[in-house]
Write a protein that binds this ligand. Structure first.
Ligand code: UD1
Ligand code: UDP
Length: 379
């Protein structure tokens, strides 16, 4: 069986690393040579710190095709990917196309394949924020409805798909499978490589001290300089009143700051908010494990806080990972500075026992479960 994997953005490299590792160990154990993965990088993320570092640290094979699409508006970026992916799919003739998550690369991969009548498998299917202003929500909904195999990380995801009529009674080929979450597999397997690793250099002076780890890149928080400015003021206040905040800055956010003097001025005045370059995966794991609390608008980082036993405050008005809220490990604070401060204080004063975490994201073998399903499907 030949399957073609489409990746392009930071979180997809991490997710694809898990399945790719399962593929390589299956190929090594078999003699018939019938399994083959073709890896396609759309080029959506291209800075070394947003792409190459993950290939190096997570042993992801060099992509068979690099489409070099780069940045652009949604239409321009997705359109360029569609055109280039179509050629690659026609050339490679895979049995199935595998896509991850909810980025423009995900949608382009799913749409290009479906239009060529190549089945699509979606890893991280069924996630919903129910906020159609999020580009990711549109990408997810469309990808799920284009897919033949829907690999769901959680029971909530299964229920979300059921509410949208998936699996479909009249489309017998569509299959919804609960596999667990490949990001949990990654946290266990690749996280072990971070054992004993020191905090990265941007964290100098914080060894043995409490700090909060922050990330911000969601469009709703970074498109408007006023909204981002309020968040930065909130982080600085939290840093001053509670403990230092360290913030690996996503290039999207950095570009907005470069364009607006008010944002640059907030950052240059900040004494308790420390900006650092985007971290590699292993450095990020170390930072998450050492942090006292995680403050984020990222999807993946919300879960990693939980995997590494840290409370999380989410700077959004909703989350797809609702089970973390129900379990008490994550709080939706919204984006108002006072509400964020209150949520952080509350979470710092709440005792959460990592030993009593519910098993929300599977058994750490989602990658193998996905591969087994793909192989069985191809027979
Ligand atoms: C994308 C995904 C988002 C995901 C995030 C992971 C979409 C619609 N969004 O958001 O779901 O959570 O990736 O990080 O697909 N840039 C660089 N260097 C890079 C990459 C980006 O400078 O290597 C800058 C460019 O100015 C670019 C901007 O960041 O315009 C945004 O990049 P883009 O890939 O369009 O969206 P993300 O915000 O990264
Ligand atoms: N991540 C990283 N370095 C950073 C910030 C995030 O390695 O500086 C990792 C993080 O550990 C997680 C993934 O990137 O595995 C999450 O990606 P991101 O927040 O960019 O996107 P989202 O999950 O919101 O789609």
């Amino acid at each position: 069986m030949k399957f073609l994997t489409v990746v392009g953005a930071r979180p997809q490299f991490i997710k694809a690393a898990v399945v790719s590792r399962a593929v390589r160990s299956r190929i090594a154990a078999s003699t018939d040579g019938s399994l083959r993965e073709v890896l396609v990088h759309t080029g959506q993320h291209y800075d070394a710190s947003m792409s190459q570092v993950f290939f190096d640290e997570l042993d992801i094979p060099k992509p068979d095709h690099h489409l070099g699409v780069g940045s652009g508006s949604h239409g321009a970026q997705t359109g360029a990917m569609l055109e280039r992916l179509e050629s690659v799919i026609l050339q490679e003739k895979p049995d199935i196309v595998l896509v991850y998550g909810d980025t423009n690369s995900t949608l382009a991969g799913a749409l290009a394949a479906a239009k060529l009548h190549v089945p699509v498998a979606h890893v991280e299917a069924g996630l919903r924020s129910f906020n159609r202003r999020m580009p990711e929500e549109l990408n997810r909904v469309m990808t799920d409805h284009l897919s033949t195999l829907l690999f769901c990380p959680t029971q909530t995801a299964i229920e979300n798909l059921r509410a949208e009529g998936l699996p479909h009674a009249r489309r017998a080929e569509v299959n919804v499978i609960r596999t667990g979450d490949v990001m949990f597999d990654a946290a266990l397997f690749y996280g072990a490589r971070a054992d004993g690793r020191p905090l990265p250099s941007g964290f100098n002076g914080l060894h043995g001290k409490d700090f909060i780890l922050a990330t911000i890149h969601r469009a709703e928080n970074t498109d408007d300089p006023v909204a981002l400015g309020r968040l930065l003021e909130a982080l600085e206040q939290i840093g001053e009143r509670l403990m230092p905040v360290v913030w690996p800055v996503h290039p999207r956010t950095r570009h907005l700051m470069e364009r607006h003097e008010t944002l640059r001025s907030i950052c240059s005045r900040a004494q308790h908010l420390r900006m650092v370059e985007p971290l590699g995966y292993l450095d990020m794991v170390v930072a998450e494990r050492r942090a006292r609390l995680v403050l984020t608008d990222s999807g993946g980082v919300q879960k990693e806080a939980f995997f590494h036993g840290k409370p999380c405050v989410t700077m959004r008005t909703e989350t797809e990972w609702v089970e973390l809220i129900d379990a008490g490990w994550n709080v939706i604070a919204g984006t108002e500075p006072e509400a964020i401060m209150t949520a952080v204080e509350k979470m710092l004063n709440t005792y959460l026992d990592p030993a009593k975490q519910p098993p929300l994201y599977g058994d750490g073998h989602a990658g193998e479960a996905i591969l087994e399903t793909l192989v069985a499907w191809a027979k």
